[in-house]
Design a protein around this ligand. Structure first.
Ligand SMILES: Cc1cc2nc3c(=O)[nH]c(=O)nc-3n(C[C@H](O)[C@H](O)[C@H](O)COP(=O)(O)OP(=O)(O)OC[C@H]3O[C@@H](n4cnc5c(N)ncnc54)[C@H](O)[C@@H]3O)c2cc1C
Length: 378
């Protein structure tokens, strides 16, 4: 593993300070109220966190991936919803525009995205297209020079507050194409007529994140909405997921680190049988296993960010999310009955951790991908 550069260290510290000051004190209330304070995202924008992956010429920070995942981990340590929001924004709006956007598209969107004036979201999943993302049914048909889009998108995180949705829709180009072929990726301004946000989902964790269904009712789009090639959207989405899964892996490490710290502190204070919990060997071994797994997950995420590939992103997301789930469950155990209570911080982290095993490809799908990569070219 490579050593953190000075920049990586400084960015981590900036994110940790922000998390400590602006996020940590409020997480319990936000979990209860189902919302972040309105000041949180503007404050992150002010510090440049919306532009982590955007080049400096667009007002971004131009971070490399190792710096980026370090920042996301620290923000997730503070409040996992914040890391999720910035991860989706960066992986699907910023990085796909950089990779496949025309000069005009980049000039229109990258500045506002990097400065945090516009939040990006991803609308890929549908009622019948989850793990099988190539089964999307949302249709974009050509009309004149532009497109008319209709369909239903499920579980769009920040689908209401985002200004730009990256929407995957079937274009039928080339004609008769099926599955992963014939899908386009579209830049849909959420103010478009026919972009209708439905009911909010009642999520187990990450409760400040607004996860919604979006109905696309004959949304009329100009030719400038199409990103790249009308038949290559699925490939673009997979490229976005390679970056996105690094972000989710970093989020998972931040959740696990927070749970570990709470458990260490509690075991250092709570007494039973006339002594601190931390003096029991059974407790020491549990804490040691938790710490070792968090270290391993962090190292794997750093390696995957430094040597990006589909397999590395999937492995990082798989291992870090399972670490987060295991470590948070152990943390609840360390707290005993108090761990099960909402008044203590660890049950929330356990609820938050569960999502990391599900979104941006469930862990079963990560295993499918890793196994496929093992046999690539065979
Ligand atoms: C909190 C949250 C936020 C989300 N945000 C977004 C978002 O912003 N944008 C977006 O587009 N989507 C979003 N999603 C959707 C998410 O990506 C999907 O839920 C996920 O990909 C799984 O799809 P599914 O729920 O339809 O499950 P299914 O695909 O129906 O899977 C059900 C079960 O079957 C298993 N399974 C399926 N296929 C296989 C296989 N081939 N081999 C073995 N097991 C298999 C799965 O692993 C899972 O355990 C979000 C989901 C959640 C929970």
């Amino acid at each position: 593993m490579t050593h953190a550069t000075e920049e990586q260290q400084q960015v981590r510290e900036l994110a940790r300070e922000f998390a400590e000051r602006e996020l940590r004190p409020h997480v319990e209330r936000w979990d209860r109220e189902w919302a972040l304070d309105a000041s949180v995202l503007p404050a992150l924008a002010e510090l440049g966190f919306f532009g982590m992956l955007a080049p400096e010429e667009y007002g971004g920070m131009g971070f490399d991936l190792p710096t980026y995942v370090g920042a996301l981990e620290e923000l997730a340590w503070g409040e996992p919803t914040v890391a999720l929001t910035l991860s989706i924004h960066s992986a699907f709006a910023v990085s796909l525009l950089l990779r496949h956007g025309s000069v005009e598209q980049q000039q229109r969107w990258l500045g506002p995205l990097a400065r945090g004036e516009v939040l990006g979201c991803l609308a890929l999943s549908e009622p019948g297209a989850g793990s099988d993302a190539a089964a999307v049914q949302t249709l974009a048909r050509r009309e004149g020079p532009g497109w008319v889009m209709s369909g239903t998108k499920k579980w769009v995180t920040n689908g209401r507050i985002a200004g730009l949705a990256v929407v995957l829709a079937r274009t039928d180009e080339p004609p008769g194409s099926r599955g992963a072929k014939g899908i386009g990726a579209f830049l849909v301004p959420t103010e478009s007529v026919g972009y209708d946000v439905g009911e909010r989902e009642h999520t187990m964790g990450l409760r400040p994140a607004e996860v919604v269904t979006v109905q696309l009712r004959d949304v009329r789009l100009g030719p400038e909405a199409l990103l790249g090639d009308a038949s290559a959207g699925f490939v673009y989405a997979m490229q976005g997921l390679d970056v996105g899964r690094l972000g989710i892996a970093a989020q998972a490490v931040g959740i696990a680190q927070a749970a570990l710290e709470h458990a260490v502190a509690y075991a250092g204070e709570r007494e039973q049988f006339g002594q601190k919990l931390r003096t029991f060997e059974g407790m020491q071994f549990k804490l040691a296993d938790m710490a070792a797994r968090v270290d391993a997950a962090r190292a794997l995420v750093a390696w995957a960010a430094a040597t990006p590939s589909t397999r590395a992103s999937s492995a990082a997301k798989l291992f870090a999310s399972e670490t987060a789930m295991w470590v948070t469950t152990q943390a609840v155990q360390v707290f005993g009955g108090y761990g099960y209570m909402r008044d203590y911080p660890v049950e929330k982290l356990m609820r938050d951790a569960k999502a990391t095993e599900i979104y941006e490809g469930t862990n079963e799908i990560q295993r499918v991908i890793i196994a496929r990569e093992l046999y690539r070219g065979a």
